[in-house]
Design a binder for this molecule. Structure first.
Ligand code: NAD
Ligand code: UDP
Length: 310
């Protein structure tokens, strides 16, 4: 049994991680300022004797003795992280420092939830961890992309300077139950639009690609990386290499929901990465991890969830 801090634990991914860690018998402290997360996601855990919710901003220094720190606190959808870009940058940088300082003082092990956005609009396809990326530091996405890049730098510098055990996973587009209805990401948007019979909004011509990973696969990978004892700090990609165009995703959602929705093309979003697909060779070889849930199966579970909460 370990004592574990999960920052951003009331969010989409964080709530699944808290669930899994409590189920595995650990003591979990979930720290979240509820900016994009919701107490509803963790409601069933609130009275659990091994679960504690702390409403707090990760930018403020925090103290406690933990064996593990999962750092997920950061808005993840483009509309949310662009809502207050300075706050997004502060959360990424100061939040990372809060976690690393805590680890430096107490010897906790840290896992940083980084992102495929590190690769920007990639010129290498699929993206492997050696690729340094193609990020425009001045774009509307930069508060998130550069914030996450800086957080990775901090992990390596705290490791080199102070010997902190800080590990990095680069998460590719992930979906599943507990995604916020208003977060504007493509999977939740399309499912909600299909269930409501509204037009499915494709930004651009629908030819851009993404690789979608079901949240249970991600949680498995994060825990395997955190508990790996081979001295491997990453960064390591966690994503599903199945690559789909946004048009293919729209058609699949329409068919799985049995919706009468039509497709509506809206203007392309500036600086939208054209393609994204993880090379997961490193995760396979170093962690023995690979995603198991195909897109159709994961979408079915996610559609079931949105039918219940809509
Ligand atoms: P989310 O927005 O649902 O969760 C983020 C959580 O962090 C929310 O509960 C929010 O309230 C909390 N938070 C934000 N700012 C905070 C602050 N200053 N202090 C304390 N809490 C704060 O997003 P998610 O999809 O669950 O993503 C979780 C993590 O995984 C994020 O760090 C994100 O960058 C990373 N990630 C997610 C994806 C994805 O596809 N879901 C892809 C790449 C990386
Ligand atoms: N997208 C879309 N319609 C929507 C929401 C998103 O066509 O209603 C597109 C978006 O332009 C991008 C892709 O879907 O090309 C994935 O967008 P998302 O915001 O989910 O994630 P990210 O861009 O961060 O990968």
């Amino acid at each position: 049994m370990k004592r574990i801090l999960v920052t951003g634990g009331a969010g989409f991914v964080g709530s699944h991680l808290c669930d899994r860690l409590v189920r595995d018998g650990h003591e979990v402290v979930c720290l979240d300022n509820l900016f994009t997360g919701s107490k509803r996601n963790i409601e069933h855990l609130l009275r659990h004797p091994k679960f504690l919710f702390v409403e707090r901003d990760i930018q403020e220094p925090f103290f406690g003795h933990f064996d593990r720190i999962y750092n997920l606190a950061c808005p993840a959808s483009p509309p949310h992280y662009q809502h207050d870009p300075v706050e997004t940058m502060r959360t990424n940088v100061l939040g990372m420092i809060t976690c690393l300082e805590l680890a430096k003082q107490t010897g906790a092990r840290v896992l940083q939830a980084s992102t495929s956005e590190i690769y920007g609009d990639p010129e290498v396809h699929p993206q492997h961890e050696e690729y340094w990326g193609n990020v425009n530091p001045l774009s509307r996405r930069a508060c998130y992309d550069e914030g996450k890049r800086c957080a990775e730098t901090l992990c390596f510098d705290y490791h080199r300077e102070y010997g902190v055990d800080a590990r990095i996973v680069r998460i590719f587009n992930t979906y599943g139950p507990n995604m916020a209805k208003n977060d504007g990401r493509v999977v939740s948007n399309f499912i909600l639009q299909a269930l409501r019979g509204e037009p499915i909004t494709i930004y651009g011509d629908g030819s851009f690609t993404r690789s979608f990973q079901y949240v249970d696969d991600l949680v498995d990978g994060m825990i395997m990386m955190m508990e790996n004892e081979s001295g491997f700090f990453g960064p390591v990609n966690l994503g599903n290499p199945g690559e789909f165009t946004i048009r293919e995703l729209a058609d699949m959602v329409i068919s799985l929901t049995g919706s009468t929705s039509t497709i509506q093309h809206l203007p392309e979003v500036p600086h939208d990465p054209k393609q994204r697909k993880p090379d997961i060779t490193l995760a396979r070889t170093r962690l023995g991890w690979a995603p198991r849930v195909p897109l159709r199966e994961g979408l079915k579970k996610t559609i079931e969830y949105f039918r219940r909460v809509i």
